[in-house]
Design a protein around this ligand. Structure first.
Ligand code: PLP
Length: 313
């Protein structure tokens, strides 16, 4: 039992006012790019929620559970490391809750991300390079120097990250009339794959879980980890996936153009790469319903979109 006096009831009440804006994303049927008898592909449109990406789900759950445990109270600063989407989702929620926020991001993060985060009043600290491992180290040092001042969300080790995706799985089961046979997505913090996968397996152990990774350490798929060369998040369990498929950055970039021209959606490199993986998987099947996630749309990726337009349109 949590002593009720430890909970900041103002923060909790404010969380309630945004609760209905998190999750419940539409399931988009891929109808033109991939056509095969008895095999269907769907992607959840995850940018359609408060915070603008799939990371709204874990950001909301991490903050809510911290308030419920009494770990996060008014006057404290929310602290984490993120290459973008989690930071942006936290920033929306922190603004709605009037919470201060400090975020460590790689200095190589896109100008658009930095601009969005600044608009929400986030105190930005830059770590070297393009990857988030340096940002995590820096966030840990900031926290250790002043632990009473911060709630350190630590999305890479926080079980409230993957647990948020139980709801993602519930939505998939409901939206496919419990017909989903395969789920595939990338691994970043690995929260999406772990949480959605665990709940789907608990519902039906025959549902196949396929994790997706970049085919190379020097990839350009924002939010994706190449596990052989990356720091493995502590929430990751390598026994969950039934299989792994690899996606090339160029295939994903071409897919951005295909999705916009043929399906009518302008999505991020990560979303397009998930569809490349879903199609590779679907091509091996005689029957099935494959579900993946469109993590975010293209709004924060103008440089990539310019490259894609120059090369494929
Ligand atoms: C665009 C994008 N794709 C994929 C992911 C990976 O999701 P997860 O952290 O749940 O593994 C992220 C995570 O930040 C992301 O921002």
């Amino acid at each position: 039992m949590i002593p009720i006096g430890h909970i900041d009831s103002d923060l909790l009440r404010n969380m309630e006012t945004i609760k209905h804006l998190v999750g419940n994303t539409p399931l988009f049927p891929i109808k033109r790019i991939f056509k095969k008898k008895n095999v269907k592909i769907f992607a959840k449109m995850e940018w359609r929620q408060f915070g603008g990406s799939i990371k709204s789900r874990p950001a909301f759950n991490i903050i809510k559970q911290a308030i419920l445990r009494g770990d996060l109270k008014k006057g404290m600063t929310l602290l984490d490391a993120s290459s973008g989407n989690t930071g942006i989702a936290y920033a929306h929620i922190a603004a709605a809750l009037k919470l201060k926020m400090k975020l460590v991001i790689p200095e190589g993060a896109t100008v658009e991300r930095k601009r969005i985060l600044k608009m929400f009043g986030v105190d930005l600290v830059y770590s070297e390079g393009k990857r988030t491992s340096g940002s995590q180290d820096a966030a840990r040092i900031i926290y250790a120097e002043n632990p009473d001042q911060y709630f350190y969300a630590d999305q890479y080790s926080n079980n409230d990250n993957w647990y948020a995706h139980y709801l993602t799985a519930e939505e998939i089961l409901q939206q496919t009339n419990q017909g989903v046979t395969h789920f595939c997505c990338s691994l970043g913090t690995t929260g999406t794959f772990m949480g959605t996968g665990r709940r789907l397996k608990a519902f039906n152990p025959d549902i196949q879980l396929v994790s997706l990774q970049p085919d190379h350490s020097e990839h350009n798929l924002e939010g994706w980890k190449h596990l052989a060369t990356a720091k493995i998040p502590s929430i990751y369990d390598d026994s969950l996936a039934d299989d792994t498929l690899f996606v090339n950055t160029e295939e994903a970039y071409k897919m951005i153009a295909d999705i916009s021209l043929h399906e009518g959606l302008l999505v991020s490199p990560s979303s397009a790469a998930n569809l490349v993986g879903a199609i590779k998987l679907a091509e091996t099947l005689d029957n099935g319903i494959v579900v993946t996630v469109f993590t975010d749309n293209a709004a924060k990726y103008s440089q990539v979109i310019d490259e894609v337009a120059a090369q494929y349109l």
